[in-house]
Design a protein around this ligand. Sequence first.
Ligand code: C5P
Length: 495
Amino acid sequence: MNLSAIITALGGRSALQQLLDVGPSAISNYMTRGHLPNRVKPIIYAALTAKGYRVSADDLEILAAPSKLPTSDMATNLGPRILLIISGGIAAYRALETARQLQKRGARVTGVMTESAKQFITPLSLAALTGEKCYDHLFSLTDEAEMGHIQLARSADLVLVVPATANFIARANAGIADDLATTILLATRAKVVMAPAMNPAMWAHPATKNNFATLTQRGVHMVGPERGDTACGEEGEGRMCEPSYIADVAMKMVGAISNNHLSGNIDGKKKQAGPLIGKRVIITSGPTIEPIDKVRFIANRSSGKQGHAIATALASRGASVTLVSGPVNEAPPGHVNLVPVTTAAEMLSACTNAIAGKPTDIAICAAAVSDWRVTSVESKKLKKPRDSNAKLLLELRQNPDILSNLSNNKNRPKLVIGFAAETENLFENATAKRYHKGCDWMIANQVGGDDDPVFGSTTNKVLLITELGVETWPKMLKTELAEKLADRIEAEFYK
Ligand code: C5P
């Protein structure tokens, strides 16, 4: 600790006296002894970080002088600057661990807290951890000595909201800007990532689902929530993802953003920057629905969660993604070209059209395509006969196999990936499917278990079968699986 440097930084001896509420002799004593009483250390630490100094929490060593306007210039090799917004839920305490994980990965973290977040953690604890001032008040930023909220918003390479409560998600969706955190969301040009965390009933509420869907559509990248014990003590979907995972996603998103100079236009749409720039991808997702008559249909339980997560992961790495999806409740991911379809026949023609125009690099068939369709669909609602013993026989025909079709197409994408959902003999059946359908990789998952149904669930446990053999992947979130698959695809194209 260099006490003279601290005194200068705080504006002189009398400023330090005032701060500590002591007389001049106390300061002289500190100078003579060369150390400070423990009681005053947190006060000095808070005052220095509030002035923008980076200070070591252990020995109050000044590590860096304040810069009035932190830059987002990652070319300076200082690491990406992440604006960490903490909203007020019980999971707020896990934001501290998220900050630590981000720093471990080389990010500089600036904290912003909502009023209600301060009910759970203090700005001082975040400032102590990040070594940066934690901003918590809109109007303090109008002070000359501070940076304005617009500058703060623009200084970030990424805005990360941890946790994003139901209330915060609702305010962000509505565009309300009544505090510093929501104002930053409106003013920033950086990518926004949110990690929702809330009680399962709040997460299941249609209002929350709508807000979440709209934000996703606008390009906000959502991490979780996942199923498990929530901080409020209930079990269900709504638990915040692990801080280390959130930090991984954030760093990946920043990686994509750092390549911004590469961005341009694909198909007239703004393309996302990233390592898969220029790669054209087609993904099928969700179920197909095959009509029986005017009102009835054959369908399955596919939620589209996995296919949509893969689309999100690849688009965020810069790929130009066409997502051909059957009817699902999932929000369409941002920055993908969504082609909604209903039947297998429609899905096939959307896929063949997509690969006909331009060479496609990757096809991923994650859809649960109905194997059968009714031979002749009734144009009216089928009437129930009066005779209660009467039977109805439906004649079914096989649907085209889209994965086989893409694998054997003259415009075959370079890498074709299928999913095999099996109830038994997972490896054998999936290996046979890979061979018969002619795809390069097959991702196999066991379905139908009572404890984890996979369909509709947020987690998945799979085998990846390639020409080189089989890899067993541990149980993970579908969003994590999407990222892991995206890593494998990147490695395949840049090996
Ligand atoms: O249903 P099945 O187990 O055969 O599905 C394995 C893979 O084949 C999945 O990737 C699925 O999307 C694809 N598939 C398809 N068209 C079908 C049936 C399955 O593309 N008609």
